[in-house]
Design a protein around this ligand. Structure first.
Ligand SMILES: *Cc1c(COP(=O)(O)O)cnc(C)c1O
Length: 228
């Protein structure tokens, strides 16, 4: 079996075991394969192993990979920082965006979403452990941005996302609590809690993650990222 196919199976086994350990149905947990810095061949190998959802952080790299893999029925999730001048390309080229943290970006994305495409699925990134260097809204700002996004026709609000510091494992529970507090105040409840990476997917699943974003454990160590 090829290395990537083998790694995918291993990660799926980890997800199954983590779900079982806390009495959750593993079907409720989506695996997103984070392919940033890895070549299109690696994505094609994961596809041949039956995987179709991929995450990317760098717009130019993602667009070139999408073009090279245009024949394959893949879905693409953007995980990098959003900038105003990238909103149009993001709206035209992705199925999901996990890192929305600004209402003006939300408005631009909604406006730029082509009408023949389904609304762009978005998660609001929350700086849940208040790390000074990290992007994302504060927990107190999250509800307001969720409500703003709900009103935009080109976007579909799906959930909350965070990248907690490994030193703050309690942050997963904090994000889950925020999700539970916000949901009853929305017209349509969110269904996605995007948290957990290669090193901490078990912790995240134990706290209710519905989507884990896994790079290294599937594709191996990353090469130096290309300039964004
Ligand atoms: C790179 C990245 C991941 C994957 O991280 P691994 O530790 O390699 O699994 C997940 N989420 C985001 C936002 C990332 O930037």
């Amino acid at each position: 079996m090829h290395k990537i196919a083998h790694n995918l199976t291993q990660v799926q086994n980890r997800i199954q075991a983590a779900a079982k350990a806390c009495g959750r149905n593993p079907q409720g947990i989506t695996l997103l394969a984070v392919s940033k810095t890895h070549p299109p061949e690696a994505v094609a190998q994961a596809y041949e192993a039956g995987h179709t959802a991929f995450g990317e952080n760098y717009l130019q790299e993602a667009l070139s990979k999408q073009a090279q893999l245009a024949e394959l029925p893949l879905s693409w999730h953007f995980l990098g920082p959003v900038q105003s001048n990238k909103c149009r390309a993001l709206a035209e080229s992705f199925d999901w965006l996990h890192t929305l943290a600004d209402l003006r970006h939300a408005q631009r994305l909604s406006q730029a979403r082509p009408s023949q495409m389904a609304p762009l699925n978005v998660c609001i990134q929350v700086n849940i452990d208040a790390a000074p260097s990290k992007s994302g809204v504060t927990p107190a700002q999250a509800l307001g941005l969720c409500q703003g996004v709900e009103a935009l026709p080109g976007l579909c609000l799906r959930g909350l996302m965070a990248i907690p510091d490994p030193e703050h494992p309690g942050a997963f529970a904090d994000l889950a609590a925020l999700f539970a507090a916000i949901n009853p105040q929305l017209a349509r409840p969110m269904d996605t809690l995007s948290m957990g990476m290669s090193d901490d997917l078990e912790l995240a699943i134990a706290q209710g993650s519905t989507l884990v974003r896994i790079g290294t454990a599937i594709f191996g160590a990353r090469q130096t990222p290309p300039s964004p």
